[in-house]
Design a protein around this ligand. Structure first.
Ligand code: GLY
Ligand code: MN
Ligand code: MN
Length: 516
C-alpha cells in the first residue's frame, strides 16, 4: 500500500510510513494506462543449464537417504541492510547445490521433495520423490506488481524468471510460491499414524521454519525430536558436498583464475596504494572490481592487511595506510556466478622485495605449505595435513630460538607452544561456501579420509604481533600466510592456484613484471 493523503500521522501505522515518500499516482486512469501497451514478455525456449546434467545425482542422493519423507530446502529471504534497502540476494548453498541455481536466484524459493515411489522416475523426479521448485515468478507487465513492487517488480529490478524458464533451464518441475504453504502443510504428522514426516533445512528461511513448526504443533509432534530430524538433513546436505563433481571442479577452476587476475590487478595498483593513508582500501577496491567483473561477488570479505594488520587473522576493516617496506597480506576470493569461490592468500612485499627477516619468515611458511602438499593423496586423514604443516613451522621456530621449551615438548599434546604464532587450522574444505561442508560430522571432516574430488585450502601462516614480547623485536609486526586451493586427484593432488607465484624470488619477479 502506498501512503494515503487522508491519513493523519497519528493514525498511520509505522510500517506504512516507509511509503511516505511515494508520489505514485493512484488514479484509475493512471493504472489503466500503466497496464497497457507493453510489448509481450519475451518467451521462447531457454537452453538447459550445463549444471542440470549434474544436479539429478545430488537430488537422487537426498531422495535415497530420506525416502518416504517430505524434504524442504529453502533458498532464504532477502535480508535487510538498512531500513528498506536489502543486501544483494545470495541463496543458501544447499539450495544452490541441489537446484544448480546461482547469482541472485531466487529469494523465498523453496525446493520440496514430496515422497512418491517411482519404478522408473521421469527426468524430473527421483526414485522416492517428486521434486518441485516453488518460487515467485515474474508478474506480467499488465499487473500492478510490474511497476509498484520495488522488491520484485520488473520496472524496479529488471526481468526475473517465470516458471517455464526455470523448468527448462534446470530440469525441475516449478510451481508458483503461492502453492507452497499448502504443499508443505499437507498431512503433516507422525509416520506411525499415517502422516507425512517433514524434514527442513532449518535457519535458511525463518518464515519457512515457522510454517513447519506450526504444522508440526498442529499435528502434536514432538518439537525436540523434530529438531533432531532437521539437524540430520543439514548435516547430510553439508556432507554431500565433500566430494566435488566435474562441473563443480570446473567452477572452482574459473573462480581461481579470476582470483589470480584480481591479485595481478592489486599488484598493478600497489604503487598508488603505498604511501596512501587508506592504501588498504585501494587494494580492496582493485580486487573487488575484478570480482564483480568476472564473477558474482567476493566469496568473503577481502583481507587487505598491511604491516602489523597482517597479524590480525580476519582484518577486514582495511582502512589503514600502507607504508614502503611493509608486507601486504592479501586473502581474497572471487565467487563465480555459480557461487563457487576461491580462497587464496599471498603475502607481498609492497616495495617489490622482501627484507631478510621478512624472507626468513616467508620461507618458513612456504616450507610448511610445501610439506603439507607432499602428504596430500587419497587415503590420508584430513587432520594429517595440519599436523605436517605445523611440525615444519615448529622446527623453524625452534631453529630461531623462539620456542620456550624443547621442540619435542612443544610438539607434544601437552605443549603446543608453537601454536601461539599460528592459532588457526591449516585447511578447510572449499566450494559454495568458503568454509564448505561446515556441518559435516567430525568423522568425515577432521577425522575424514581424503578422496579424489575433495577441494580444500592449504594455508599455514606465522603471525608476530607488534605487541608480542615473546619474540625479538626484528620479528614484530610481520604476518605471513600463503594459501592455495587444492584438488585431491587419484594419486596425489593438484594445486589449483599454482599459477600464482609462491616462492619469494618468483613473487618478487612477478611484481617487477606487472609493474614494469
Ligand atoms: N579467507 C578466510 C580463510 O582463509 O579461511
Ligand atoms: Mn581459507
Ligand atoms: Mn583465506
Amino acid at each position: 500500500m502506498t501512503s494515503d493523503a487522508q491519513t493523519s500521522d497519528e493514525s498511520q501505522q509505522l510500517q506504512d510510513r516507509v511509503n511516505n515518500r511515494s508520489q505514485r499516482p493512484q488514479s484509475e486512469a493512471f493504472k489503466a494506462f500503466m497496464a497497457a501497451q507493453w510489448a509481450p514478455t519475451e518467451g521462447g525456449e531457454h537452453p538447459r543449464d550445463e549444471v542440470a546434467d549434474f544436479t539429478p545425482r545430488r537430488r537422487a542422493a537426498v531422495s535415497e537417504r530420506f525416502a518416504g519423507e517430505r524434504i524442504v530446502i529453502p533458498a532464504g529471504p532477502l535480508k535487510v541492510r538498512s531500513n528498506d534497502t536489502d543486501y544483494r540476494f545470495r541463496p543458501h548453498s544447499a539450495f544452490a547445490h541441489l537446484t544448480g541455481l546461482g547469482v541472485d536466484h531466487e529469494p523465498n524459493a523453496v525446493l520440496v521433495f514430496e515422497p512418491a515411489e517411482h519404478q522408473a522416475p521421469s527426468a524430473w523426479d527421483t526414485a522416492h520423490h517428486e521434486v518441485t521448485l516453488y518460487f515467485k515468478p515474474m508478474a506480467g507487465r499488465d499487473t500492478e506488481e510490474f511497476y509498484a513492487d520495488s522488491r520484485h517488480g520488473e520496472f524496479w529490478i529488471g526481468p526475473r524468471p517465470d516458471l517455464a524458464e526455470f523448468e527448462q533451464r534446470l530440469g525441475i518441475r516449478t510451481r508458483d510460491l503461492d502453492q507452497f504453504e499448502a504443499a508443505l502443510s499437507k498431512d503433516v504428522g507422525p509416520a506411525a499414524s499415517g502422516g507425512t514426516q517433514v524434514r527442513l533445512l532449518r535457519e535458511a528461511d525463518l518464515n519457512v521454519d515457522a510454517l513447519v513448526d506450526t504444522a508440526r504443533a498442529e499435528a502434536s509432534m514432538d518439537l525436540e525430536a523434530s529438531d533432531a530430524l532437521d539437524a540430520e538433513l543439514t548435516e547430510f546436505c553439508s556432507e554431500l558436498r565433500l566430494v566435488k563433481d566435474d562441473w563443480e571442479v570446473e567452477q572452482l577452476r574459473g573462480s581461481v583464475a579470476a582470483t589470480i587476475a584480481g591479485f595481478e590487478d592489486v599488484v598493478r595498483a600497489l604503487p598508488r596504494a603505498v604511501g596512501h593513508d587508506r592504501g588498504e582500501r585501494i587494494v580492496e577496491g582493485a580486487f573487488f572490481a575484478r570480482a564483480r567483473l568476472e564473477g558474482n561477488d567476493l566469496g568473503y570479505d577481502t583481507i587487505a592487511a598491511s604491516g602489523n594488520n597482517a597479524t590480525i587473522l580476519h582484518w577486514i576493516r582495511n582502512h589503514d595506510r600502507i607504508d614502503p617496506g611493509e608486507l601486504l597480506l592479501l586473502d581474497a576470493g572471487v565467487e563465480a556466478d555459480s557461487l563457487y569461490t576461491a580462497d587464496i592468500t599471498r603475502t607481498i612485499p609492497v616495495s617489490g622485495s622482501y627484507s631478510p627477516v621478512q624472507r626468513r619468515v616467508y620461507e618458513a611458511v612456504l616450507a610448511a605449505a610445501d610439506a603439507a602438499f607432499e602428504v596430500v593423496r587419497p587415503g590420508i586423514k584430513f587432520r594429517d595435513i595440519h599436523a605436517t604443516a605445523v611440525k615444519v613451522l615448529a622446527e623453524h621456530l625452534d631453529d630461531w630460538g623462539l620456542l620456550p621449551v624443547s621442540l619435542d615438548e612443544a610438539l607434544s599434546p601437552e605443549g603446543q607452544q608453537h601454536r601461539r604464532w599460528m592459532p588457526h587450522g591449516t585447511s578447510h574444505h572449499l566450494g559454495l561456501d568458503v568454509h564448505d561442508c561446515a556441518q559435516a560430522k567430525r568423522d568425515l571432516y577432521l577425522d575424514g579420509v581424503l578422496e579424489p574430488g575433495m577441494v580444500f585450502t592449504i594455508e599455514p601462516g606465522l603471525y608476530f604481533k607488534n605487541e608480542d614480547l615473546a619474540v625479538p623485536e626484528e620479528y614484530r609486526g610481520i604476518g605471513v600466510r600463503i594459501e592455495d586451493d587444492v584438488l585431491v586427484t587419484e594419486d596425489g593432488c593438484e594445486n589449483l592456484s599454482a599459477a600464482l607465484p609462491r616462492k619469494a624470488d618468483d613473487v618478487e619477479s612477478w611484481i617487477a613484471r606487472l609493474q614494469a
